[in-house]
Design a protein. Structure first.
Length: 726
């Protein structure tokens, strides 16, 4: 019978016999998933119009249809609609019957509930599982919360959902290929949860959080991390990760807040980061503080003492884990004779393997926190934020992890007279307020003085501060008013650029041959999330369907207005926000430009040769000017000081064979007297234990090339010697 005849057949006066015939006809199409679903979408409304007695008569057929449909290969959209109607009908005829397919057959995470439903079915358990499967929204209502706890207790299912959460967080995923042939596009992926079981899985996550409370926190965190950062081997489930994040936000316990804090760094997915922010905001509002205050108050101390260390006695050895500086967490072993070693003695390895493993795991956690804190504190550079002195001392200076960063930074302290005074350490006595020093607020002489002081004291700052680049509005940008062309028309390696966007926390669409893939827009938030910078870019050419290069375009700024963003004139952007945003853009261009690619000259490609020549030897950017300032202080302390001189845009190095000019922006090397390009590919580290006031790969590269070329007569690399002509 044609499908369009079914609507006529399904009349309101149809009895159970006619409806049963419609369902039987639908089952004949079981091998054709979409048709099976379409026929059921006609039959099930007809069944719903039957009275209660007629529907009970139809119960065996409904259960048969349910079993066949659960095993059929049906597209997710059809499945969800049919499942919803079919399960509602089954619930009306048999309260204790748990429809097949509500719980997955293969997923280990559902095994506790699935086994109970098989061995000890009950109306209470069925009502509970149905309630879990009813969760289709990202966050359940308070009514759902209350019903969930009540139904879990009636079904005695608290331990079951706790075990299900453990399996979601820890067990091996399931590969759909093991289930036989599928037309589903997801076939062959490793899944924790298949899409059509997503609702019940999210219900399990919430049930475990609501009934387990703080005890569920570690597994909620593990699940969010697992599903929010999964790679190609595991089909990513952002909805399940979102459920874990939101459930953590609902647990009113310090451990849940700490877990949310730990998830901020590894999770890059834009939607999940928004949910993290929402969860933190809700928690902050419960405590009557701002989200920024909540974040800094939940930085884990990891059980370390005020000095950033912890000691354990393992046999005759004292093992000390300590945060030694802003970049180093070290474990040392001291024996009975007082001798210390960084290598675990055999007595500790063999006698205390579990304890040693715990200490190493703790060291990894502390390093991760230190790294996250470095990024967070650097983000404060774009904010004009001040702390009451006592609050700053508690959460910054005296914190066992954050304190290691604070001690290497310049802070401003407001005295009783209202004036701000900068200091590397907290001054004696109390101050009214404290803020992070930014060179854009300081006079040029003060900036130079701080650079001298940092270099003379050999302070290694956790990030560039004294030597930080400053970006001020230029006359050209004042003329354009709405946008900046300062970094427009640069040709960059696109995939490197995209990776750098992610690393710096910017959100960007991916260029490609898809809808919206021909116009790139990267967005980064500054000023505590109140401002947003937008870097526009576009593909330059194409190879095998993928864009290898991109061209940069305008930079524009937007200001947050409630939940929306509005474009703002450049003149309205606060100077720290403008400077920090343009610093990021300078980094993007400087690192990914083809002008900085040492291999470019060997490729035989000349499509962008003119750009590379101009950019590779052009005027210095702000970051290059900072490198020049650093080199002015570093070079006199080195053994090659007599062979080096700064000349405009270049570091000039006099070797035994030739004289070389290293560009301070690109690190490209030209040889005198003919200006020939010298290609050097090597590790990007400064030699030996040379002091650098900040981490900068390009500065390290320039110095490593300078040391190499100052002794060019000792170079053994045949490729370099051939180019030099020695």
């Amino acid at each position: 019978m044609p499908d369009d005849a079914l609507a006529t057949e399904a009349r309101p006066d149809d009895g159970p016999g006619a409806v049963q015939a419609m369902m039987a006809r639908a089952c004949e199409s079981q091998e054709h998933g979409s048709r099976f679903a379409l026929l059921l979408e006609e039959a099930l409304p007809a069944a719903a119009r039957l009275d209660a007695a007629a529907l009970r008569e139809l119960a065996p057929m409904l259960k048969q249809v349910n079993g066949r449909f659960a095993r059929a290969d049906v597209p997710i959209g059809y499945r969800q609609r049919v499942d919803r109607r079919l399960r509602a009908l089954l619930a009306s005829v048999d309260e204790a019957y748990l429809p097949e397919g509500v719980l997955p057959v293969h997923g280990t995470w559902a095994a506790p509930l699935r086994e109970r439903a098989r061995t000890a079915p009950s109306a209470e358990l069925t009502r509970f599982v149905r309630h879990l499967a009813s969760l289709s929204a990202p966050r359940p209502t308070r009514t759902w919360h209350r019903a969930c706890v009540t139904l879990a207790d009636e079904a005695a299912a608290r331990e079951d959902v706790a075990e299900s959460l453990r399996a979601l967080a820890e067990d091996e995923p399931h590969c759909t290929r093991e289930d036989g042939p599928h037309t589903d596009a997801a076939c062959g992926y490793h899944h924790l949860v298949l899409p059509h079981h997503g609702d019940v899985a999210r219900g399990v996550v919430w049930a475990a959080a609501l009934t387990g409370g703080p005890e569920a926190v570690p597994r909620l965190q593990s699940l969010a991390l697992r599903m929010g950062t999964s790679g190609r081997e595991l089909y990513e489930g952002p909805k399940l990760a979102g459920a874990a994040i939101n459930a953590l936000g609902a647990v009113d316990d310090p451990r849940a807040l700490e877990a949310l804090w730990r998830l901020r760094a590894p999770i890059k997915n834009r939607a999940l980061r928004k949910q993290l922010d929402t969860a933190l905001q809700a928690a902050a509002e419960r405590q009557g503080i701002t989200r920024a205050q909540l974040v800094e108050r939940t930085v884990p101390a990891h059980g370390l003492g005020p000095d950033g260390s912890v000691e354990r006695t393992l046999g005759v050895h004292t093992v000390r884990l300590a945060v030694e500086d802003a970049a180093t967490v070290r474990i040392t072993f001291t024996g009975a004779d007082g001798r210390a070693s960084r290598t675990a003695p055999a007595a500790v390895k063999d006698g205390f393997p579990a304890e040693l493993g715990q200490l190493k795991a703790l060291a990894r956690e502390v390093r991760a926190t230190l790294s996250s804190e470095r990024a967070r504190v650097e983000g404060l550079m774009s904010q004009d934020r001040a702390w009451p002195y006592a609050e700053w001392c508690e959460h910054y200076r005296d914190h066992p992890v954050t304190g290691a960063l604070v001690r290497g930074l310049i802070w401003e302290f407001q005295g009783d007279d209202g004036l701000w005074r900068a200091s590397l350490a907290a001054p004696g006595g109390d101050a009214a307020h404290v803020r992070l020093w930014h060179p854009i607020r300081a006079a040029a002489d003060d900036v130079r003085a701080w650079r001298e002081r940092v270099a003379d004291a050999r302070v290694r700052q956790p990030f560039k501060q004294a030597f930080r680049e400053i970006y001020l509005l230029t006359p050209a940008e004042q003329d354009t008013a709405a946008y900046s062309n300062r970094y427009a028309a640069h040709i960059v390696h696109y995939r490197r650029l995209y990776a750098l966007f992610k690393e710096r926390g910017w959100q960007a669409n991916f260029l490609g041959r898809h809808y919206g893939g021909h116009d790139g827009e990267a967005r980064g938030e500054f000023g505590g999330g109140e401002w947003r910078a937008c870097l526009y870019h576009e593909p330059v050419d194409e190879a095998d369907g993928a864009y290898e290069y991109a061209a940069t375009d305008q930079v524009r700024f937007e200001r947050r207005h409630g939940r929306r963003w509005r474009e703002a004139p450049l003149a309205d952007v606060p100077p720290p926000v403008f400077s920090e945003a343009m610093r990021d853009v300078d980094l993007f261009v400087g690192v990914t430009s083809i002008a900085a690619d040492p291999d470019w000259a060997d490729r035989g490609e000349d499509r962008h040769a003119a750009y590379r020549r101009e950019a590779g030897s052009g005027p210095l950017t702000a970051s290059a000017e900072v490198r020049r300032a650093a080199l002015e202080r570093i070079l006199p302390r080195t053994r090659i000081a007599g062979r080096c001189a700064l000349d405009g845009r270049h570091l000039v190095v006099r070797g035994e064979l030739r004289t070389y000019r290293i560009h301070l922006g690109s690190a490209n090397v030209l040889m005198e007297p003919d200006g020939a390009y010298l290609c050097i590919v090597q590790g990007r580290r400064a030699p030996g234990t040379l002091y650098l006031p900040f981490e900068d790969e390009r500065l390290s590269l320039i110095l490593s090339k300078a040391f190499l070329l100052a002794a060019d007569h000792k170079i053994t690399d045949a490729s370099i010697r051939r180019q030099i002509g020695g």
